[in-house]
Design a protein around this ligand. Structure first.
Ligand SMILES: C[S@@+](CC[C@H](N)C(=O)[O-])C[C@H]1O[C@@H](n2cnc3c(N)ncnc32)[C@H](O)[C@@H]1O
Ligand code: SF4
Ligand code: SF4
Length: 499
């Protein structure tokens, strides 16, 4: 190790560090309206660029700590060492590959001299990401600067000719939620524009005012929450129906309180808690959350060959409940979203991003699984059913219950797809039919399918249950065997055409 690293810093990452966002320069040749890096570009006490030797040493030490993915950014990273014809930038790319970084990418505004693309070290990049904020210059240029669209597109085309792996990143401003004369969302057109350029994928960043510091310096391009879900849903549907030929990474940004409560392990994604990334800045700041850019908050500082943990109130992790899945801590501070809660800016459902895949995050999504509640007043029977169901794929036991009241309350709270419940509980007159009626009353069409554990149930109850919820009154289970439960799950999948 080149740096003398604080034990607290090592303890925090504990082998989880996988990716670095290296802000190698606090300077830029554009002044985009929404830029989150505005304050760093606008004013520096001392350093504009990371010292080259420091950069190599940091890359080496973080590689040793487990990092394998590197993003070079800033400010504008293609200005790094510009006075020396970008030699320092090129050497940095080469060195990163030699150090064993498996995926090295650069995030650029695409305004650079095209000759850069011909440099052998530049060609070692695993991905070049170009930022454009609209499918037409009339949208992009007022945001990113006049003439910037044409220059960027020219370099994308050249990069394409040269065989680069190309990504486009676009900020979703209020203009992308407008529609063109044919009724198409500009957001949709942005994806089609990327497809037409023949690039590999497109990634979006969101722009909301969510009570974070950058609200005060990131311009007025933000999207009102009320307009967001319609547009997001429209694009998600198209993604799900495979209507786009390239992968689309789009932030969900919010979910409802109910959905969060049902599946906190999924919606509670937070890089501060997964401890998989670090942001390095020229002024010595080491951060985790990009929402803290432009603030004094960080986790540590590097200087004089030391990495010093921030023990003061400016340690950004102080805000977090590190052992709990919560909505996005930094955006949730002012809690003014009504029934919505903010999720991580990097929360992009079904994305193929490396860390998301490594963490198997999509597997946590309960919507992918058949969600089940088991209800019985006999703990032994409940355990037996749980053991059987745990052997079956694609299901998730989300709750268990002991009484009929407990059962319908949990059904209403968790809205499962399937319920396995005793019909006649001991010591109460409330039975399975009452559970059905109360659930139907509260959930209507979202009522789950019921399977009752009983030797028999009165014929008139069965007829009444069928009359109340139709086919969702599924069956009676007389014997708790693996084959019986497997059969029910398979029938359920067939009925609802679940693959
Ligand atoms: C800060 S820039 C640095 C790299 C390079 N200058 C560029 O523009 O690609 C990195 C990315 O952040 C995006 N970005 C800028 N301001 C943002 C904001 N307020 N919220 C989310 N993303 C933002 C940019 O559009 C760009 O895609
Ligand atoms: S090009 Fe990148 S760093 Fe420069 S102002 Fe625009 S978003 Fe910010
Ligand atoms: S945006 Fe929110 S959820 Fe994501 S890292 Fe920052 S604090 Fe965590």
């Amino acid at each position: 190790m080149y740096y003398q690293i604080d034990q607290k810093f090592k303890d925090y990452f504990q082998g989880n560090l996988r990716q670095i966002f290296f802000y190698i320069i606090d300077d830029c040749n554009l002044r985009c309206e929404q830029c989150l890096y505005k304050l760093e570009i606008g004013f520096q006490l001392e350093r504009r660029e990371v010292d080259f030797n420091d950069a190599i040493k940091l890359l080496s030490d973080f590689r040793e700590m487990g990092a394998i993915k590197l993003t070079l950014m800033g400010g504008e990273p293609t200005l790094y060492g510009i006075k020396e014809n970008n030699k320092p930038l090129l050497k940095l790319i080469k060195k990163a590959k030699e150090l064993g970084y498996e995926y090295v990418r650069i995030d650029t505004n695409g305004q650079f001299d095209s000759k850069l693309l011909e440099q052998p070290e530049f060609k070692m990049l695993d991905e070049v990401t170009f930022s454009i904020d609209g499918p037409i210059k009339e949208i992009n240029d007022p945001i990113r600067g006049y003439g910037s669209f044409d220059k960027c597109v020219k370099n994308i085309k050249k990069a394409k000719e040269l065989g680069y792996n190309i990504d486009i990143t676009s900020c979703i401003s209020k203009y992308l939620l407008n529609r063109d004369e044919n009724g198409n969302l500009y957001l949709d057109r942005m994806i089609k524009f990327a497809e037409d350029l023949g690039i590999e994928r497109i990634n979006f960043h969101n722009l909301f005012k969510t009570g974070v510091p950058r609200d005060y310096f990131s311009g007025n391009l933000d999207v009102p929450i009320k307009d967001w879900f319609k547009a997001w849903g429209e694009i998600e549907d198209k993604v799900d129906n495979n209507e786009y030929s390239i992968p689309v990474r789009i932030p969900q940004s919010f979910t409802t309180k109910e959905k969060f409560k049902e599946n906190p392990e999924y919606y509670g994604y937070c890089s501060c808690k997964s401890k998989s990334r670090i942001l390095i800045h020229p002024n010595g700041m080491l951060r985790v959350c990009s929402l803290m850019i432009g603030t004094p908050y960080a986790i540590a500082r590097y200087y004089d060959d030391k990495i010093v943990w921030d023990n003061s109130p400016t340690n950004e992790l102080r805000a977090h409940k590190m052992d709990e899945y919560t909505p996005c801590t930094n955006q949730f501070k002012h809690n003014k979203f009504g029934n919505f809660v903010p999720v991580c800016v990097s929360f992009k459902p079904k994305q193929q991003e490396m860390i998301w895949k490594e963490l198997n995050w999509e597997e946590r999504r309960l919507e992918n699984k058949i969600r089940i509640i088991i209800a019985d007043d006999n703990n032994e029977t409940k355990r037996q059913i749980t053991n059987i169901l745990n052997q079956i794929e694609d299901i998730e036991i989300i709750a268990t219950a002991n009484t009929p009241e407990d059962t319908y309350q949990k059904i209403i709270e968790y809205t499962p797809e399937l319920v396995f419940s005793k019909y006649a509980f001991e010591g109460t007159k409330i039975n399975g039919l009452d559970i059905i009626k109360k659930s139907k009353e509260a959930l209507n069409d979202n009522v789950p399918a019921f399977n009752f554990i009983a030797m028999d149930i009165p014929k008139e109850d069965f007829i009444e249950a069928k009359r109340t919820i139709g086919d969702k009154m599924n069956t009676i289970i007389r014997e708790n065997t693996e084959a019986r439960y497997e059969g029910i799950i398979n029938d359920y999948k067939d009925y609802f055409n679940i693959k």
